[in-house]
Ligand binder design. Sequence first.
Ligand code: F6P
Length: 445
Amino acid sequence: MTDLADLRVARLGEPRFDSPLAGFVADRRSNEHYVDEDDRVIFHDTVSQLRDLAAPVDELPSFEPGGPRRRLFFAPGSTKVGIVTCGGLCPGLNDVIRGLVMELAKHYGVAGAVGYRHGFAGLIRGSGHQPMRLTPETVHDINQHGGTVLGSSRGAQDPDLVIDRLVDDRIDILFVIGGDGSMRGAAGLARRIQQRGLTISVIGIPKTIDNDIPFIGQSFGFVTSFSVAARSINAAMIEARAAVGGVGLVKLMGRHSGFIACYAALANHEADFVLIPEVPFRLGGPAGFLSALHQRVKDAGHAVVVVAEGAGQDVLEATRESGATGATDASGNQALGDIGAHLRSAITQHFRKQGSALSLKYIDPGYAIRSVRADPHDSVYCVRLAQAAVHAGMAGRTDMVVGRRHNRFVHVPISLVVSQGNRVAPDGDLWLSVLESTAQPVSMA
Ligand code: F6P
């Protein structure tokens, strides 16, 4: 159960300086487009939830709004920031880096921005990764490319060594752009900074194509990723429709969360089956996936199957063909068995046994999805997240990530976003939409 009792965000101290943006926000008050800095964004959004809480309005769980503050903790002219990108690639990383640098330089006039290379590893002295000076000129057109100009890597580092480096480099604010593992690293840094009595702010910007970070609305890069993935589903459908006994099988990323698979499948209504980690299924038996697929091909002449990489891991274990070794990567993620390859051979065998024609085309667009540049929707989101992150850092907030709640930018304590994962709810309306769109059996378990 999520603890919503305290959604307050940590502060380094009282604000001490007038913001250069103070005039810009001076007379603003909460309205349908804007939340005043002294206001709060209510966590819940249904009458029944609020009724169940039965609490006075001021005691309802709520987030601090994002946006510029009238007073700052850091003096803009002497503030120095660090930026680091961690974990797997994601469309929009360069947009966020650019957005941070532009906001810091052009609106706050900060003293300097340093980009650390290849994740937290680049903050360790002796790693051999030289930091980059980031200026409006050096980041000017980086958003036109996928990937990250800073490079990335997985894995945490000794917080004291990272903090020593920040102190040596006189960094006041560290922006950590990363997924759940990186946010855990960022939280550890913020905690240790506080224990050491330092005033360095740590602000997270949540990144992942899997959209598996909770309480932030949506992670940047997700929309671009599922849009690109939808093209593979379209290719699979075209191939399948042209063949006798055509089956298009598309494997998409999504270790624990099937959001990319669901959204990509919904994007053009061409998938007949969507298999995700959150919804178990059986391969064999009259109610299992293989029978349902066989029937669909018999009825319609072809079928398209979309599978998220984390789906059916129990099926793989049961057949002892998982390839899952129990090994973990540097982020602590368990290596997965290859469900795509397993389905390909299981489908082939099943159709052969039934004496049915099969022309199976297998597509795994994997890294081609997450390495593209952000689409305009994500680019807008990235720049706005970056601006919100800068406002928060300059105001002295720390140990938090920027996110969206009810379409408002908010400050979310890191402890909350790492407390659980964002998952497709099998009894939620997204999965219902998928079932409606595919007409696959409600249960194949
Ligand atoms: O965490 C995001 C993600 O895209 C997962 O869906 C996928 O399993 C993983 O990254 C693969 O990343 P890498 O091969 O770089 O470890």
